[in-house]
Design a protein around this ligand. Structure first.
Ligand code: FDA
Length: 310
């Protein structure tokens, strides 16, 4: 992670910095690079455009860390509207949905049950739309709850997926369990600020752990979703998949909207399934700050646009 990464990740959870950044007039144009728009209609237009170019999509209605039940229900309702739109537009075959359980109330008192009750109708609606849901993974304190909710959802909807983060020491073991159960698993490096007691902090260690997890997922019976923009890891994944004779229908690559688009096209042109993670909605602040934290050049670009406008 770049030097400023931890500072930006702390800022991602600060209300005062949120107000400052959100109010800056030039923020919008930088945000637009990573977010499809504030409205559902814009997200659907982006989905249609990506599908026409041969990509699959996972849609994220932005929002996280809700502080009351009413907000959690609004998140649920936004996803129910999304599922309805996917049904109406017959886009379920190309687009799945990614949800953050903290947007469904996971951090509230009794939040595990609240999040489960809120996400279940979304998973049902996704199935009715011919698609599925992937549970994003948030900070390490949420992993046990999220994986338990995944297990409960998979009893009726086995196609429901989850994300695992290679920076956590526990993740290789989680991969073993999840793939043995035949689960859909998205492997990422991890985007939160984590203590050394639970996570690797060195880039090399995180990458090595990513390769170990990849080996487990690509050897197992589950569906592997290889989510990274890292050229070296993409090459390793392609080599491992080819070596294990893995069917191209048994894994896919995933990247974020607005990040390394040439690489997205290159993989798709080689015949790989490539899914683009498309966030939309008004609550883009924390997502945006994590994207800035991942790459110093993004921050420089943001700072330059602030300076040239002031
Ligand atoms: P790395 O950060 O090393 O980047 C490799 C290269 O990719 C960089 O050198 C740069 O060229 C490019 N790049 C990466 N990020 C960029 C950016 N923001 N802007 C411009 N270029 C960039 N995390 C999490 O904790 N929970 C989750 O649920 C998810 N979900 C998720 C879904 C999908 C589809 C993706 C692709 C990623 C996530 N993540 C996530 C984020 C993930 O943990 C990680 O922070 C980012 O993917 C960046 O890591 P890379 O693997 O791309 O490597």
């Amino acid at each position: 992670m770049p030097v400023l990464g931890p500072v930006l990740l702390a800022a991602a959870r600060s209300d005062s910095v949120r107000r400052l950044v959100s109010a800056a007039p030039v923020t919008r144009q930088v945000v637009d690079r990573f977010v499809a728009g504030e409205r559902l209609g814009q997200a659907l237009a982006t989905t249609r455009a990506l599908a026409a170019r041969g990509f699959d999509v996972t849609l994220d209605h932005l929002g996280e860390d809700v502080t009351d039940r009413a907000q959690a229900m609004r998140s649920r309702d936004a996803y129910l509207s999304l599922a309805e739109a996917l049904t109406g537009e017959r886009l379920g075959v190309r687009a799945e949905m990614s949800v953050k359980l903290s947007a469904f109330g996971q951090a509230l008192p009794g939040g595990h049950d609240i999040a489960y009750r809120n996400v279940l109708p979304v998973v049902e609606a996704a199935a009715a739309a011919g698609t599925t849901v992937t549970l994003d993974m948030e900070d390490h304190t949420t992993v046990d709850s999220t994986l338990a909710i995944l297990g409960a959802l998979r009893e009726r909807f086995p196609q429901t997926g989850a994300v695992v983060q290679s920076y956590l020491y526990r993740t290789e073991a989680d991969c073993q369990v999840l793939t043995a159960a035949g689960a859909r698993v998205r492997l990422v490096k991890g985007a939160y600020r984590e203590p050394a007691a639970v996570a690797y902090s060195g880039r090399r260690e995180v990458d090595r752990a990513y390769v170990r997890c990849l080996k487990v997922l690509l050897a197992g019976p589950g569906y592997a979703m290889v989510a990274t923009h890292d050229p070296r890891l993409l090459a390793v994944a392609q080599a491992l998949a080819a070596r294990s004779g893995r069917d191209r229908d048994a894994y896919e690559f995933q990247m974020l909207f607005g990040v390394r688009e040439a690489e997205q096209r290159r993989l798709a042109e080689q015949g790989h399934r490539v899914r683009v993670y498309v966030p939309y909605g008004t609550d883009w602040y924390a997502y945006f700050m994590r994207r800035l934290a991942e790459r110093p050049a993004n921050l420089a670009f943001f700072a330059r646009s602030l300076l040239t406008r002031s």
